[in-house]
Design a protein around this ligand. Structure first.
Ligand code: GLU
Length: 508
């Protein structure tokens, strides 16, 4: 019987969640859902020096916002917990010791100054920072260079030590990556990575292998930056006797700067003026706030859609996909090998399309919050829906709803009368006075009827209707933008329309 598909997202809680991280979650999620498998969230917090309070909760909130909920994780539990590596500390040592006993790892007692002096002694112009590997191993203070008795004494005396993997000097390690195909590494180039630290905490390399094994992970999607670590992991799976259970790996292509020149970083976003994190992130140490896609006015549907397309397509020209469609159509075969350039204009295009595509009710509450934060008082929900519906095609970001719709809620304070004045004259003034009176006298209030009456009156007064539309728009909206001017009039109502015309006439 085929094993149940189990995938994991394994972030370290060190700060804001980069869009590349969310794409990793997404591909994990799509694959798990498609295969009827489980999606696990595991918090990789063994590096206490990089731990940032609040980061785990933030990651979970980001996943919730994107609609990518894990089936198991620290916040929901599950059969394979605990899901925080710091809470699994006692599990790892036995595996590290086992590797020592079988000769694949060793105790290393080197103090920081000894490591420093090694780097000094062995550095050459070609190799300015030599690594701890087979070339220097026997020069260092470890259980390979010391006698058995010496090692035992040091251990009994409680001398601080780490456990390092003994990387073979001259082997080729290969595996088949789901995206890249056959990948090979020469072990002589890889250092003897620390597996267990002096404080008893595992490093990422040991913890990731042990936990992927114990949590029965079948497929591991992670960023391409982890590819150089893969030979260490492949060897650990082998040395621990678990080779046949090793997950299939997919190293996802990097998300690149817009010019394609290197990995997209938070700093690039700051420099070029676009978000890189999923949601607002406030660094608890510096209190620096980095704005996220959510707060800038992106819809989760658009965010997920644009991330899916950064490195994948379904082979057709289709670009808009719901999450359900992505689950159905996603295939690893179609994930690109090369990096994907991030294009913020394209990202906004996705959001614009999703704002148009989704019913207003879907994002009403968010927009309401945005409008209220700008001081707009909303009392009538039905009115709000009509207003949002009227302007949605003009909004790229949810935050655009403010500029695009505020005149529907409030009388505009600033009118762009400079646009009207050059062609303004007494006839037009008389026309608008008459038009306002006619409006006031009309029994019912429909935009289409008002438009017909307005145009008829213009013809009667011998003025081209085209010359009156722009002034009317400025009177109602304040500027030369917005939806159909009689649609606006219908929505804001008779009294308000007439009031705005009179107010403008006073100023003209
Ligand atoms: N903790 C690693 C990270 O933060 C996970 C890498 C992996 O998925 O194996 O990216």
């Amino acid at each position: 019987m085929a094993k149940k598909v189990r995938v994991r997202f394994a972030p370290s809680p060190t700060g804001g969640l980069h869009l590349g991280g969310v794409r990793t979650v997404l591909y994990n999620y799509l694959f798990a859902r498609q295969q009827g498998g489980d999606f696990v969230l595991r918090i990789e917090d063994t590096d206490q020096s990089r731990f940032v309070p609040g980061a785990e909760e933030y990651i979970i909130n980001c996943l919730t916002w994107c609609g990518l909920k894990p089936d198991e994780g620290p916040h929901v539990g599950g059969e394979y917990g605990p899901y925080r590596q710091s809470e699994r500390k006692s599990i790892y040592r036995q595996y590290a010791e086992h590797l020592v006993q079988t000769g694949h790892a060793y105790y290393a007692f080197d103090r920081p100054e000894e490591l420093e002096s090694m780097r000094e002694r062995f550095k050459t112009p070609e190799n300015p920072s030599p690594q701890y590997d087979h070339k220097v191993r026997l020069e260092m203070r470890n259980s390979c260079s010391l006698t058995f008795e010496e090692t035992e004494t040091l251990l009994e005396d409680g001398v601080p030590h780490v456990i390092r993997i003994r990387m073979p000097e001259n082997e080729t390690v290969s595996f088949t990556d789901m995206i890249r195909g056959e990948v090979s590494f020469h072990t002589g180039l890889v250092d003897d990575k620390v597996l267990l630290k002096a404080d008893g905490m595992p490093t990422y390399h040991l913890a990731v292998v042990v936990d992927d094994y114990l949590m029965k992970i079948t497929h591991a999607f992670r960023g391409e930056e982890w590819l150089p670590s893969a030979p260490v992991h492949v060897l650990l799976w082998k040395y621990l006797g678990w080779e046949s259970d090793m997950p299939q790996w997919a190293h996802l292509p990097l998300i690149l700067k817009p010019d394609g020149n290197g990995k997209l970083s938070k700093r690039d976003g700051d420099r070029l003026g676009f978000p890189v994190f999923a949601m607002n992130w406030k660094d608890p140490k510096t209190n620096d706030l980095t704005t996220g896609f959510r707060e800038l006015g992106f819809l989760p549907e658009a965010f997920v859609n644009l991330l899916a397309m950064l490195g994948w397509n379904d082979g057709t020209a289709q670009e808009l996909f719901t999450l359900e469609e992505l689950v159905e159509k996603f295939s690893i075969d179609r994930v690109h090998k090369g990096g994907a350039k991030f294009d913020y204009e394209k990202a906004k295009w996705f959001n614009h399309e999703w704002i148009k595509k989704l019913p207003v009710a879907h994002y009403r509450d968010q927009v309401k919050t945005i409008l209220e934060s700008k001081g707009i008082v909303i009392t009538d929900e039905a009115f709000l829906d009509k207003a949002l519906h009227m302007v949605k095609d003009r909004c790229t970001l949810l935050t655009d709803f403010y500029e695009q719709s505020k005149f529907l809620f409030e009388t505009p304070q600033q009118l762009d009368l400079e646009a009207v004045k050059p062609k303004w004259n007494a006839d037009k003034k008389a026309f608008f006075e008459a038009a306002a009176s006619a409006m006031m006298a009309s029994a019912d209030w429909k935009g289409a009827d008002q438009e017909a009456a307005f145009k008829a009156l213009a013809t009667e007064k011998n003025i081209k209707p085209g010359e009156l539309m722009m002034p009317l728009r400025i009177m109602l909206v304040g500027g030369k933008f917005g939806p159909g001017v009689f649609d606006i009039a219908e929505l804001i109502g008779k009294e308000e329309t007439v009031k705005r015309i009179h107010a403008a006439l006073q100023q003209l």
